[in-house]
Design a protein around this ligand. Structure first.
Ligand code: NDP
Ligand code: GDR
Length: 347
């Protein structure tokens, strides 16, 4: 199906922005992808996907926190769909930079919504909401009706963005949607997020380039899916008849420790766990080497202990379902990292 529409993706240099651009270009869209001015550019993800030179992709310098820039972006592109993926998205950093996180992740989306209200209120808007809204979970599994209890400045900022999106839907009849997405990972995940930190380290340890990996809370449990499946869900959310809020999740939860086991299994190794809490270590059963240590430096001031989502609403209304198992995802990430480490890549 060829769709000759124009879409804006804020945050095309991020994991989801790159996959979504690839998806939309494949459907025939003209895509305006925004990036931030920086001393050095950061296009490795769109390069990995081979889309940087696609004639239908236009890269635009932009900052979400600048209202004028948002207005001009909409005026210039005449886009009919806006996917707002830009954010300070790392939970741990939000404790050190709460104001910056509030300005970008919380208030940033309001700039876009105001721009839509001013320029053309028929533009469809997608807001990247998050399972971090549930935070200290009160019901298992979480769905669109589960109460929110964010546990970080990031979660609190996203809560504002989530509700202001709903408020603009209800106040101004804007097609403003929100996807409450649970963690989704891929070989394009940033190295600081736990899954990629693990798969990169497992590749290095397996290839003899690193001895050990330090992690924080091994007991945290997440509902991890594959980012490529989730950007398909974002697109479907914007194509629906009515604007709405949807949970996208796999309905399976595993601990960080489980993910470590899975990643080592992908290179044919097995981990034996000894000790507890800060003294827990993971030992490679073939070599007897300690390959995992806990470092409390990676603990968070307030933790989200357990997330597991119920994507029934998305399945029933959008026909969306995750297509990739966690084992497949983990293996895909480990294989990509083995290749990168062998090639000497730094990302
Ligand atoms: P990334 O951190 O990989 O990407 C974030 C993007 O936002 C980057 O392109 C970044 O640019 C850009 N950005 C940051 N600040 C600004 C700013 N002030 N102006 C313009 N652009 C900015 O995140 P993901 O791709 O993983 O996530 C996409 C969105 O989905 C985020 O909003 C995230 O919070 C949310 N989300 C993610 C989930 C996940 O599991 N991945 C789950 C639920 C929600 P730069 O490269 O310059 O830093
Ligand atoms: P999260 O992802 O906070 O869920 O946010 P992250 O991968 O950073 O942490 C997941 C869990 O792992 C625990 N953990 C560690 N985390 C990191 N980063 N590094 C470590 O060494 C480590 N050790 C244990 C964390 O404490 C946490 O419990 C991601 C982001 O993409 C958000 O933008 C998004 O909204 C949510 O997912 C859904």
């Amino acid at each position: 199906m060829h769709i000759s529409r124009t879409a804006i993706i804020t945050g095309i240099t991020g994991q989801d922005g790159a996959y979504l651009a690839d998806l939309l270009l494949g459907k025939g869209y003209t895509v305006y992808g925004t990036y931030r001015r920086a001393a050095s550019t950061n296009f490795w993800r769109i390069d990995e996907l081979g889309i940087r030179s696609n004639p239908n992709l236009h890269l635009v310098e932009y900052d979400l926190t600048d209202l004028g820039a948002n207005i001009r972006l909409l005026q210039k592109t005449k886009a009919t769909e806006v996917y707002n993926l830009a954010a300070q998205s790392f939970v741990a950093v939000s404790f050190d930079q709460p104001m910056t996180t509030a300005q970008i992740t919380g208030l940033g989306p309001l700039n876009l919504l105001e721009a839509i209200r001013i320029v053309d209120s028929s533009i469809r808007f997608y807001q990247a909401s998050t399972s971090e809204l549930f935070g200290k979970v009160q019901t298992i599994p979480q769905n669109e009706n589960t109460p929110f209890y964010p546990r970080s400045p990031y979660g609190v900022a996203k809560l504002y963005a989530h509700w202001i999106t709903i408020n603009y839907r209800e106040s101004y009849d804007i097609f403003a949607t929100s996807g409450i997405l649970f963690n989704h990972e891929s070989p394009l995940r940033g190295l600081e997020f736990v899954t990629r930190k693990i798969t990169d380290a497992v590749a290095r340890i397996h290839l003899g380039k690193q001895d050990m990996l330090e992690l924080g809370n091994l007991d945290a449990k997440r509902d991890w899916g594959y980012a490529k499946d989730y950007v398909e869900g974002m697109w479907r959310i914007l194509q629906a008849k009515e604007p709405d809020t949807y949970v996208l999740a796999t309905n399976r939860t595993e601990s960080v420790r489980d993910f470590v086991n899975m990643a080592f299994k992908a290179v044919g190794r097995q981990i034996e766990w000894q000790g507890s809490n800060e003294n827990e270590v993971g030992i490679d059963s073939a070599t007897g080497n300690t390959v995992i240590r806990v470092n409390p430096q990676f603990y968070r001031p307030a933790e989200v202990e357990l997330l597991i989502g119920n994507p029934t609403h998305a399945r029933e209304k959008l026909g969306w379902e995750p297509q990739t198992t966690l084992e497949e995802l983990c293996k895909m990430m480990v294989d990509a990292d083995l290749r990168r480490v062998q090639q000497g890549c730094s990302f």
